[in-house]
Design a binder for this molecule. Structure first.
Ligand code: DAH
Length: 362
C-alpha cells in the first residue's frame, strides 16, 4: 500500500507538471482527487491492511493528497500566467473592450430603498433643504432626553431599545431608535432659520415579522424659522408628498402624541392604490398612515439652544420602509434587508420594464 501511494504521488505530480492547458489540468484533478478518484480508490484497500498500520497509512494518504493538490495549484497558476501573457502579447487584444456575452455579468440594480432615498433627497434639496447625516450609535440624550423624553417617560417603552455597553460613569449609548436624534444636533449645528432632512437607519429591539424589522429606515425633516404654523406644516407636507409621489395627493391630519412635538399629528394620505375607494392595501379605509409630524416642542428648542419665544419649527419622521413597500407593492418587510438576490434582481433595468416588481415567489 505504501509503495502504491508513492507511485501514485509520482505519477500524479509528473502528469500535473506536464499538463498542457487548464482543461487538461481539471481532468487530472478529477482523476486523482475527485470523489471517485485514484486516491479514494486506493484507500478502499485499507481494510486489508493490519489495523496497527492504518493510522500511518491514513497520514501518508493525506500527504499524497496535499502534495497533489499543491502541484495542481502551482501548475494552474503557471498556466493562467501563460494565458494572460499570451493575451497581452496579442496585438489584437484590447483589454478595454466591454465584455461580451456569455461572459458579461448581469447588470447591477439599485436597492429600492436606495432609489427611493435618492429621489426623496433630490426633492428636498431642490426645495432648499440641507442634507445631513448623523451617527447610528447615539447618546441617550439625543435619542431621548433632548427630545423631551425623560427616563421615567412612558414613551421610552414605545421604542424598545438596543443599549450599547458603556463604561460606568459615561453617558449611556444606544442604537438610535429614530432619526429624530438629529433634531437637537441640527439646532446646535446650524444657525436658524434653516430646513434640513436627515435620512438613516434606525434600530429597535423588535420581534421580526412581515411588518416589523429590527432595522429600518426613516427620513427626518426639520424646519426652524421665526414664525411657523400648522397651516405652514400642512402646506409643506402636501407639496413634498406630491413631489415624492409625482402626483397630487390628498392628505388628512389626525391628532397624534409624541413628546417632542406639540401639537403632534399623524398624517394620512389617500390610498395611492385604490384612490380612496378602499382596497386591501388601505385595509378598506381609503387612507394609509404615512408620517407623524408636528410643531417642535419648546423644550426641544431649548435643548437645541434656541429661545422658544424667538424660534418655532415643525418636524416630521417619514418611515422609508413603509413608503418603499407601498411604492413597489412589497408585502413583507423582511425582503428589504433579507439579502436575497432574487429580490433585488427584480429592480434591475431589465426587470424595470415589466409591470410586476413585487416579490411573490421570491
Ligand atoms: N421619531 C418618531 C418615531 O420614530 C416619529 C416622529 C414623530 C418624528 C413626530 C417626528 C415627529 O419628527 O414630529 O416614532
Amino acid at each position: 500500500m505504501f509503495d502504491k501511494l508513492d507511485q501514485l504521488q509520482d505519477a500524479a505530480t509528473s502528469a500535473v507538471a506536464a499538463a498542457a492547458d487548464e482543461g487538461g489540468l481539471r481532468e487530472l484533478e478529477v482523476h486523482y482527487l475527485g470523489k471517485k478518484g485514484a486516491v479514494t480508490e486506493l484507500l478502499k484497500g485499507m481494510k486489508d491492511v493490519p489495523v496497527a498500520d492504518r493510522p500511518r497509512l491514513g497520514a501518508r494518504a493525506n500527504e499524497v493528497r496535499n502534495a497533489v493538490e499543491s502541484a495542481i495549484a502551482t501548475r494552474r497558476g503557471a498556466l493562467e500566467h501563460e494565458r494572460i501573457r499570451r493575451l497581452c502579447d496579442d496585438p489584437d487584444f484590447d483589454a478595454s473592450l466591454p465584455v461580451s456575452a456569455p461572459f458579461a455579468t448581469r447588470p447591477g440594480a439599485l436597492h429600492p430603498l436606495t432609489r427611493v432615498t435618492a429621489h426623496i433627497e433630490d426633492v428636498f434639496r431642490a426645495m432648499g433643504f440641507l442634507l445631513l447625516d448623523y451617527p447610528e450609535v447615539e447618546s441617550e440624550f439625543h435619542n431621548f432626553d433632548g427630545l423631551n423624553i425623560p427616563p421615567t417617560h412612558p414613551a421610552r417603552d414605545m421604542q424598545d431599545t438596543f443599549w450599547v455597553e458603556t463604561p460606568p460613569g459615561q453617558e449611556r449609548q444606544l442604537l438610535r431608535t429614530h432619526t429624530s436624534t438629529g433634531q437637537v444636533r441640527t439646532m446646535r449645528l446650524v444657525t436658524p432659520p434653516f430646513r434640513a432632512i436627515f435620512p438613516g437607519r434606525v434600530f429597535r429591539y423588535e420581534e421580526v415579522d412581515a411588518s416589523h424589522e429590527h432595522t429600518f429606515h426613516q427620513v427626518e425633516g426639520l424646519m426652524i424659522d421665526r414664525k411657523v404654523s400648522v397651516a405652514n406644516l400642512i402646506y409643506s407636507m402636501k407639496t413634498l408628498l406630491s413631489e415624492i409621489f409625482e402626483r397630487d395627493v390628498v392628505i388628512r391630519l389626525r391628532p397624534g402624541y409624541f413628546p417632542f412635538v406639540e401639537p403632534g399629528f399623524e398624517l394620512d394620505i389617500q390610498c395611492q392604490v385604490c384612490g380612496g375607494r378602499g382596497c386591501s392595501v388601505c385595509k378598506h379605509s381609503g387612507w394609509v398612515e404615512l408620517l407623524p409630524c408636528g410643531l417642535v416642542h419648546p423644550n426641544v428648542l431649548r435643548h437645541g439652544g434656541l429661545d422658544p419665544s424667538q424660534w418655532q419649527g415643525w418636524a416630521f419622521g417619514l418611515g422609508l420602509s413603509r413608503l418603499v413597500m407601498m411604492r413597489y407593492q412589497i408585502e413583507d418587510i423582511r425582503h428589504l434587508l433579507g439579502g436575497d438576490l432574487r429580490f433585488i434582481k427584480q429592480f434591475s433595468p431589465a426587470a424595470a420594464t415589466t409591470t410586476t416588481t413585487h416579490t411573490s415567489g421570491a
